[in-house]
Design a binder for this molecule. Structure first.
Ligand code: NAD
Length: 487
């Protein structure tokens, strides 16, 4: 599939106005396989000129996209879902190589990407307004209109599903789209752009411009032709993007980081809680997940037993190149590898040796950006490893004694993205769901929910909601029409 190769390095271009094109500057970005540290591909490095070209094409295309009937647009998005599924194996391999994640997780992510297009395909003919009763002399109704051109800034941790998560509802609502993929993982985005084109999205309605954040990302955020920005990424960038959008009164929503509490009570099914904890922080994308369960709050009565069982389970996990489908793959990049390792050092300074240390003694001599599951026990919520987002397989274990204390610790954070509780006490689960500051609450299963369930944050985790029908609100605006019809 994918790109074309000169020697062994595959070449990828921008996708603008239905065509693969080089960057105006002629520059490229090397894409590194994080398991081998080799550059296996190159992508065109888009900049302000390329963004301008993409936005101009997008503006020109909206008549054609909106000229299609809603069911026709839905059929195009359904074809996109089918094409993504047909190309699952090759897309998954590309995703594993650009990101490092295990191939089975890459396949799952491609399926999730397809599901987003399928889900929002079904919404194209259901984006309805309302009638408002003003009395016999008036007819008043609302129309939910698309915004025009929407800009999508995507991070590297789930390059396929996060592309689909915001692009599918925006297209379903009738917008034209310009995507700025992450510089580490742009290849699958370019391929998704081509598949959408093949599915029948008009030329110019889908554009993918890889590039660096400071170049292509900033140019997209400031472009006067872009009416809305959907941003997913880190808190500092999110704040900058939100401030820039605010200065231009653009629609914007921000999906940023988290430091999420995973609370385990003695009455929980501990097998489920162990399984949930493993996936929450270690085995899903090596913990590089905004909604990871980074803080394990475990009741003091089961603290020792739970930790022993968790350590046993962690010792059974495999780590290796994503293409060999281990439980834990390589981290995405050298930068992320250094960042995670530096947090392991912070943890050692704060708490001494971890119960499980994922940084091998010979880490500096081995190839690939591998850090295994790391567990620091006896943490408290004031430590840096309990407050700052590490974005890797590093867990801070914080014991607690009462439900009130657990809630207080859970909510004592700059973030408010996800929270999870393991308990068989129904009332307690509901109290926790009611009182915890989080956009989504998982009960007895970490990451419970799907493309249908709204997702987003509070506080530094951002604002606005993606996923579910609520995402359509981010990509539409309301027009009220009021007719005076006389007595
Ligand atoms: P990042 O903020 O460094 O980059 C995200 C995107 O923003 C990239 O495409 C980048 O090129 C672009 N960017 C960088 N500077 C920019 C600028 N000045 N203007 C416009 N765009 C710019 O984040 P990252 O390291 O790629 O991603 C990891 C972060 O994303 C974590 O904090 C994680 O929690 C968060 N995240 C959040 C969600 C969510 O749904 N809440 C989902 C996934 C990841």
């Amino acid at each position: 599939m994918t790109g074309h190769s000169t020697s062994t390095v595959q070449q990828f271009e921008l996708f603008i106005d239905g065509e693969s094109v080089p960057a105006a500057s002629g520059e490229t970005i090397p894409i590194i396989d994080s398991a081998t540290e080799e550059a296996f591909a190159e992508v065109a490095a888009g900049g302000a000129d390329d963004i301008d070209r993409a936005v101009t094409a997008a503006e020109a295309s909206t008549t054609e996209w909106l000229g299609m009937s809603p069911p026709e647009r839905g059929r195009v998005l359904n074809r996109a879902a089918a094409l993504i599924r047909e190309n699952k194996d090759s897309l998954a391999e590309l995703l594993t190589r650009e990101n490092g994640k295990p191939i089975s997780q890459a396949r799952t992510e491609i399926e999730v990407g397809a599901r987003y297009f399928e889900y929002y395909a079904g919404a194209t003919d259901k984006i309805q307004g309302e009638t408002i009763p003003l009395g016999r002399e008036y007819v008043d109704f609302t129309i939910r209109e698309p915004l025009g051109v929407t800009g999508h800034i995507v991070p590297w941790n789930f390059p396929v599903s996060l592309f689909a998560r915001s692009v599918a509802p925006s297209l379903a609502a009738g917008n034209a789209v310009v995507v700025k993929s992450a510089e580490q993982t742009p290849l699958t985005s370019v391929e998704l752009g081509k598949l959408l084109d093949e599915a029948g999205v008009p030329d110019g309605t889908i554009n993918v411009v890889p590039g660096y954040g400071a170049d292509a990302g900033a140019a997209l955020t400031t472009h006067a032709g872009v009416n809305a920005i959907a941003f997913t990424g880190s808190v500092p960038t999110g704040k900058e993007v939100a401030a820039t959008a605010a200065r231009q009164l653009k629609h914007v929503h921000i999906e940023a980081g988290g430091k999420n509490p995973n609370v385990v009570f003695p009455d929980a099914d501990l097998d489920d809680a162990i399984e949930g904890t493993l996936i929450s922080i270690f085995t899903r994308n090596a913990g590089q997940v905004c909604s990871a369960g980074d803080r394990l709050l475990v009741h003091e009565d089961i603290h020792e037993e739970f930790l022993d069982r968790l350590v046993d389970a962690v010792e059974d996990l495999t780590m290796g190149p994503g293409l060999e489908d281990p439980d834990v793959g390589a981290l995405v990049s050298e930068e992320q590898y250094e960042k995670v390792r530096s947090y392991v050092e912070v943890g050692k300074q704060e708490l001494g040796e971890p119960v499980v240390d994922g940084v091998p003694d010979d880490a500096d001599e081995t190839t690939g950006y591998f850090v295994g599951p790391t567990i620091f026990d006896g943490a408290n919520n004031d430590l840096r490893i309990a407050r700052e987002e590490i974005f890797g397989p590093v867990l801070a274990v914080i014991p607690f004694s009462t439900e009130e204390e657990a809630l207080e610790i859970a909510n004592d954070s700059d973030y408010g993205l996800s929270a999870g509780i393991f308990t068989n006490d129904l009332e307690r689960a509901h109290r926790f769901a009611r009182d915890v500051v989080a956009g989504q609450v998982y009960v007895n299963e970490w990451f419970a929910g799907g493309v249908e369930t709204p997702f987003g944050g509070h506080r530094d985790s951002g604002f606005g909601r993606e996923k579910g029908l609520e995402a359509l609100d981010q990509f539409t605006t309301t027009k009220n029409v009021c007719l005076s019809i006389g007595e």
